[in-house]
Ligand binder design. Structure first.
Ligand SMILES: [Zn+2]
Length: 576
């Protein structure tokens, strides 16, 4: 039994979630977490909304709301989105809690004391029209590395390189198109060059990462430069006592604060449980941690967050750890590609978008999850289309799995009203159950490697094998005792496959167990109301019970209920 932290990327609280978001961070992390619980490991799955920084300010201005009101509004929307997708967070909180603020300040202060945060001059961009500071992401220009025309001042999405606005060729303001004026201001910097040898050593020891993610992480470190972690902005976590504490217009840069969310949400969870020290079990000694995100976030999780953890925990004998003690570095950074539509990135502003909320109106959450697990941008980008979604859902989930469950359970119910009691199994039944039994090991090791495409196709191959067994053995024509033999084997095969599908299909798998007269523990997320300083919000929470990842033997003579269809067909033509 291992303590496993499942750390899921924090969505910006500036709008509802679209299918590109949930394909990158959400569904893959939830399948992994659910599987690990089934294996008997202690999972803590944490995340929340990222509520600071310019994206929030810009959207708030658009909607005529205060940044606080806007982030609360979208926190509630996103919480509902993710709950309805069945995301089994132990806590889904926000970056605007007091626990979060204190954790950010504490990691900053200890990193400063250990000498890994320094003061320095940062070139900042000023808009010549408004005279105001222009945030990095609102400056566009040509990428000096790959020549992409619309690189942002913080990062080039094309080649993934981190940038400073001053790196851009032909910089211009995204807001008014003006050419920014650069001046120097004093800011705090995270001293990445000082931590570089330790980061390299850590990466060397990491195992099981996706090849491109590791290659990218190593390449990033080669040109590590100090990075400013404060900004001239009035919306963000305030600085603790020090040179800028009195300046309300200097705050932590949003990514410095958001990354600390993994820790602060764990602290917040422990507080809710009434066991304040409990979080340590997922952050120290033998615990493992898996971080899930889209590939645009690799830099923050393979370089910046480990650097913050090292700086605040200490790497040299003379360094002193923060009040949290020495914290674990990520075991694995599981970054996925992008889901695109007709080859372009999803973009709410350009109208290239499929919102999760809209999709949930016509498509069952398990069907959405199935499609993403089968076709999502696991190792490389994948292109979304409603037609492909229809093919996958109707052709595999409904026609293969749903049909198998329905055929077997209906035949058993109509013929016996209970699980049959065969004298023994026939040869075909023995072979089928030997395949499905082996499936636990094979499918399990694929999920452990986050190879969900392969895991799912393995399960669907086994479902095909079970369907063939039925077609060949024809239980609807067979006489006793052969009829009982066939349907008993088929029932056990359905149960085996249903266990393997549980992490993928949390809404329908408890129903399948009930059709087979087996107990099941539904494990869907709940939402509770939380209040702090007069503001109330919703928080996704557990606890979650998990089936064991092993054969659940169906019980001869156990009565079964009348089954009903599990899945609806998905019609691409209804979506537009
Ligand atoms: Zn580039």
């Amino acid at each position: 039994m291992t303590h496993i932290l499942v750390a899921v990327a924090w969505p910006y609280a500036n709008g509802p979630r679209h299918i590109g978001h949930i394909a990158g961070f959400a569904v893959p992390s939830d399948i992994f977490a659910r599987y690990q619980r089934m294996k008997g490991n202690q999972v803590l799955m944490v995340s929340g909304t990222d509520e600071h920084g310019t994206p929030i300010l810009v959207q708030a201005q658009k909607e005529g709301l205060s940044p606080q009101a806007l982030s609360l509004k979208y926190h509630e929307v996103i919480t509902e989105d993710l709950k309805d997708l069945g995301m089994s967070y132990d806590i889904f909180t926000r970056t605007s809690t007091l626990t979060h603020e204190k954790a950010v300040q504490e990691l900053f202060s200890s990193s400063l004391e250990n000498g890994y945060i320094t003061l320095g001059e940062q070139k900042v961009a000023i808009s010549p029209l408004s005279g105001r500071t222009l945030p990095d992401r609102y400056i566009e220009g040509t990428c000096p590395f790959c020549g992409a025309k619309d690189a942002r001042g913080d990062q080039c999405d094309e080649c993934g390189k981190e940038l400073d606005p001053t790196d851009l060729i032909n910089p211009r303001s995204k807001i008014d198109g003006s050419v920014p004026i650069f001046t120097s201001k004093e800011h705090y910097f995270l001293d990445l060059p000082a931590l570089k040898p330790y980061l390299e050593k850590w990466l060397e020891g990491c195992k099981g990462w996706r090849g491109p993610v590791m290659a990218f992480a190593k390449a990033l470190l080669k040109d590590a430069k100090p990075r400013a972690i404060t900004r001239d902005i009035d919306w963000g976590v305030p600085l603790p006592p020090g040179p800028f504490a009195a300046d309300p217009n200097k705050r932590f840069y949003v990514w410095f604060d958001a990354l600390v969310g993994y820790l602060s949400s764990s602290l917040e969870w422990a507080k809710r449980e009434g066991k304040e020290e409990e979080w340590e079990k997922w952050w120290k000694v033998d615990a493992e941690s898996y971080y899930f995100m889209g590939k645009d976030n690799i830099t923050f999780h393979t370089e910046i967050w480990p650097a913050i953890l090292m700086a605040s925990s200490g790497v040299k004998p003379e360094d002193k750890p923060s009040s949290f003690g020495k914290l674990n570095l990520p075991t694995q950074v599981v970054a996925s590609g992008f889901m695109t539509m007709k080859g372009a990135k999803f973009s709410s502003s350009r109208g290239v978008v499929v919102y999760l909320r809209d999709l949930l109106k016509t498509c069952q959450p398990d069907a959405i999850r199935y499609f993403i697990a089968a076709c999502g941008p696991e190792k490389e980008d994948s292109d979304f289309s409603f037609e492909e979604m229809e093919r996958k859902i109707n052709g595999e989930l409904v026609a293969s799995w749903g049909n198998l469950v329905n055929r077997v359970c209906t035949l058993i119910y109509r013929n016996f009203g209970k699980i049959p009691s065969p004298d023994h199994l026939d040869e075909g039944g023995e072979a089928l159950l030997s395949s499905t039994l082996k499936g636990f090991e094979e499918v399990g090791s694929l999920i452990e490697k986050n190879s969900l495409h392969e895991a799912l196709s393995k399960i669907m191959r086994l479902a095909g094998e079970a369907n063939r067994y039925l077609s060949d053995a024809e239980p609807w024509k067979a006489e006793e005792p052969q009829k009982s033999r066939i349907l008993f084997a088929a029932a056990q095969a359905v149960s085996d496959l249903n266990v393997m599908l549980s992490p993928f299909l949390p809404f329908s798998s408890p129903k399948v167990f009930s059709f087979l007269g087996l107990p099941s523990s539904p494990s869907l997320p709940k939402v509770r109301k939380v209040e702090e300083e007069g503001e109330e919000w919703s928080e996704i929470c557990g606890p979650y019970e998990a089936e064991k990842w092993e054969r659940h033997p169906v019980a001869p003579s156990y009565p079964v209920p009348e089954p009903h269809a599990l899945f609806r067909k998905f019609e691409a033509k209804n979506e537009a």
